[in-house]
Design a protein around this ligand. Structure first.
Ligand code: AFD
Ligand code: MN
Ligand code: MN
Length: 417
């Protein structure tokens, strides 16, 4: 039965206005229309042998080239008006030999993206792949460290001159056994290489960089130790990158019980530049598409109340990107689902009656505070807000439906064999 989407949208908005008032609903619609999220190229990429970034055998239709990546994400942006930038991994997309990055290729990819209404987003040096068996910045072999430092300096140049000034750094460095390497040597080398790459970036490029975000991960691939395992280590390293250094929070990179919104609040209160890689993680890495769960809307409560999403000073705004890639799922639908989930979540946070909440907090009445917080951030279905935001932007109320009806998936599965 084809649902009457207009009736659902209009009656749903009436319900929400009864709950929160016209002004709050209009604010939530506005916030939902304005929110933008980067889609890194690997979200739609077939990867090595057609699967995830680490394995083969993925579903049909995944993009095989940067041109196809640009075409796929360009369609996602046309369907959502929420994904104008594309993140690029240097050795995956900007390299001829898988060992060194190539500025000329970056210029070509920039044109491919622009031809699809997109622009370059974050630049990620690739510290894994061939030659990183003993680590990258923490490798014992100076020639290995030198190669990765050079790639990072190139990444900064591409980010500054061709991109939006965003350089995002994640290292696989770690160990699998006690005694495999001296732990202090590894973090010491990481520190020294960070100082060296930052010193080698020309001042002109440093000025044009927006953020250099240091991503942490509690484990994987290292199972005994990870050299950058938490936000504290990431923060220490980021302070070596002058006033551009910050911390990148990847949802899937924490122990399950970690209170991530506490990390967000701390970074905001200490005025530390930040960014997100959004996904859902049930177990380990190779993260799944985003779900509009309580965690996600609690995060947006911190981000909106900390004014790091739509701050008038762009330097204060955090960088927002997806980071997911499960080989078993069709790529474009999983990204459209994630964009929808993020919009639902920010809309919940935007509906929260902060004034009422703070009045309860002042009385130290735990249940009143918690139930007021939950009213918007846990219990409210913001489908009508997202549908209205889409319709006002001239989009199909449900972009995923529009995609399925477009026939694009059948086409790419047919031609990308
Ligand atoms: C892996 C890492 C990290 C990184 C991503 C792209 O865990 O999340 O951001 O690959 O390099 O998922
Ligand atoms: Mn990540
Ligand atoms: Mn990850």
């Amino acid at each position: 039965m084809r649902r009457d989407l207009d009736h659902i949208r209009k009656s749903g908005l009436e319900y929400l206005k009864a709950l929160y008032g016209d002004k709050a609903v209009e604010h939530a619609i506005d916030v939902t229309m304005r929110f933008k999220v980067e889609v890194p190229g690997w979200q739609v990429w077939e990867g090595f042998g057609g699967g995830g970034r680490f394995e083969g055998g993925g579903t049909g239709g995944a993009a095989r080239s940067t041109g196809e990546i640009a075409s796929d994400i360009g369609l996602i942006h046309r369907l959502t008006k929420s994904t104008p930038t594309v993140g690029l991994h240097i050795l995956w997309f900007l390299s001829n030999d898988g060992m060194n990055g190539d500025y000329e290729i970056a210029k070509k990819v920039k044109m491919e993206l622009e031809a699809n209404g997109l622009s370059i987003g974050s630049i990620s040096p690739t510290y894994f792949l061939a030659g990183s068996g003993d680590g990258s910045f923490s490798a014992q072999n100076a020639a290995v460290r030198k190669r990765y430092i050079a790639q990072t300096v190139l990444g900064a140049q591409i980010a500054a001159e061709l991109g939006n000034g965003l350089l995002t750094l994640w290292w696989p460095d770690g160990t699998n056994y006690p005694g495999q390497r001296e732990l202090q040597d590894k973090i010491g080398l990481m520190r020294d290489c960070t100082v060296e790459f930052w010193n080698r970036i020309p001042d002109e490029q440093k000025k044009r960089l927006d953020k250099v975000l240091f991503e942490y991960k509690v484990f994987e691939p290292g199972t005994y130790s990870t050299t950058v395992p938490d936000w504290g280590t990431a923060r220490e390293l980021s302070m070596l990158a002058g006033d551009k250094g910050g911390v990148l929070i990847d949802m899937g990179h924490h122990h399950h019980s970690t209170n991530i919104e506490q990390i967000v609040g701390t970074l905001i209160q200490f005025d530390i530049r930040g960014g997100f890689h959004f996904n859902t993680r049930y177990a380990a890495d190779d993260d799944h598409s985003v779900q509009a769960d309580y965690d996600m809307s609690k995060l947006f409560h911190e981000l909106l109340s900390g004014d790091v999403v739509f701050n008038e000073n762009p330097a204060k705004n955090w960088a927002y990107a997806l980071d997911q890639m499960v080989r078993a799922e069709k790529r474009i639908p999983s990204v459209l689902k994630s964009v929808d989930a993020l919009k639902r979540s920010i809309a919940k946070a935007a509906l929260c009656d902060q004034e009422q909440l703070e009045s309860y907090q002042k009385t130290c009445d735990l249940i009143k505070s918690n139930t007021e917080f939950e009213r918007a951030i846990l219990h409210t279905d913001t489908t009508p807000v997202v549908m209205e935001a889409n319709v006002r932007q001239g989009l199909h109320p449900v972009p995923l439906t529009a995609y399925y009806e477009s026939g694009y998936q059948e086409t790419i599965e047919r031609i990308r064999t």
